[in-house]
Design a protein around this ligand. Structure first.
Ligand code: NAP
Length: 280
């Protein structure tokens, strides 16, 4: 069995390639990432078809939420139209598609974790472009898995954890205390995607580590596990000015995956493993 991975040089894409290879899959050689490959270029349809994959995992995206707010057209071109191209490529190859989506498709007005069937209502251009990508994936081929994940961290990535560790070197930190989500470890999500593909149960999934955190709680855990005594103070969201509107509460509930026996460990456990790996 052969898998092709878009954005294969990214934080999640690298782990997806590794997780499939560990299970004996052939991983198609190109990482389908810039500068050689642009998912927004329709040529990607033929590129994917020529690889003759059984499964395409589409991780490539513009992931800078504030960058997407500054340039919504680029966000739509890459995240929405790019997904349309990748879905067409998968259809041409008669492959199944795994589209990686996000917690940011939700409005953040909920008070309990979002379930797979909850209606999407994105409030920023990044979320809107990713939700449009979901719609293209569903419309273009029935053999799709929509995998929403959130607040990713993993080896080699630039993420909230690496930013907190870097800023902690510079002095005391203030971190937002009233934005809530599901911190998720890229290697755990990647392994779960391999498990999911083995089931053939197409549909929508929420793949996140177990538990809910505020940004502040997450930062506090990073500092504690890294053994840093940097002072940390809570900051209300409205005092953290940024180009993008941020949904307040977007933890995700993994119901559909759990029904297939796909479970996730608590985010703190995964964070401890990540920090151990990064320290060596
Ligand atoms: N990071 C998070 O917290 C988070 C949360 C929820 C969902 N997600 C979703 O998870 C997926 C993976 O995120 P990540 O954290 O691994 O992101 P990442 O590290 O930024 O990786 C994104 C990958 O996409 C590539 N890419 C960007 N524009 C492209 C284009 N036009 N054509 C082809 N490839 C392109 C990047 O290549 P270059 O590096 O060369 O630009 C990189 O390989 C994304 O779909 C994202 O929406 C992420």
């Amino acid at each position: 069995m052969r898998v092709a991975v878009t954005g294969g040089t990214g934080q999640l894409g690298r782990q997806v390639r590794r997780a499939f290879a560990e299970q004996g899959w052939e991983v198609a050689a190109p990482s389908l990432a810039p500068p050689e490959h642009d998912v927004a270029d329709p040529a990607i349809v033929d590129t994917i078809a020529a690889l003759q994959p059984d499964v395409v995992v589409h991780t490539a995206a513009l992931t800078d939420v504030d960058g997407c707010a500054r340039d919504p057209e680029a966000a739509f071109r890459v995240n929405a139209l790019g997904t349309r191209n990748v879905a067409r490529g998968a259809r041409a190859a008669r492959a199944a598609l795994v589209y990686i989506s996000t917690n940011e498709v939700f409005s953040g007005e909920a008070t309990t974790p979002y379930r797979e069937e909850d209606p999407v209502a994105p409030i920023n251009p990044y979320g809107q472009s990713k939700a449009a990508g979901e719609a293209f994936a569903r419309a273009i081929l029935p053999e799709h898995y929509i995998v929403r994940t959130a607040w990713l961290f993993g080896p080699g990535g630039s993420n909230f954890v690496t930013k907190i560790l870097a800023r902690a070197q510079a002095g005391p930190l203030q971190v937002v205390c009233d934005e809530f989500g599901s911190p998720s470890y890229a290697p755990d999500v990647a392994r779960a995607i391999v498990q999911l593909v083995a089931t053939g149960a197409f549909g929508t999934y929420h793949f996140v580590n177990a538990g809910v955190a505020s940004r502040y709680e997450w930062a506090a855990a990073v500092l504690a596990l890294a053994g840093l005594a940097t002072p940390l103070t809570p900051l209300p969201r409205e005092r953290w000015l940024r180009p993008s509107r941020v949904p307040r509460y977007t933890p995700l509930a993994n119901q559909a995956g759990a029904a297939l026996g796909i479970h996730f460990r608590p985010w703190r456990e995964a964070l401890a493993e990540y920090l151990r790996i990064e320290a060596t």
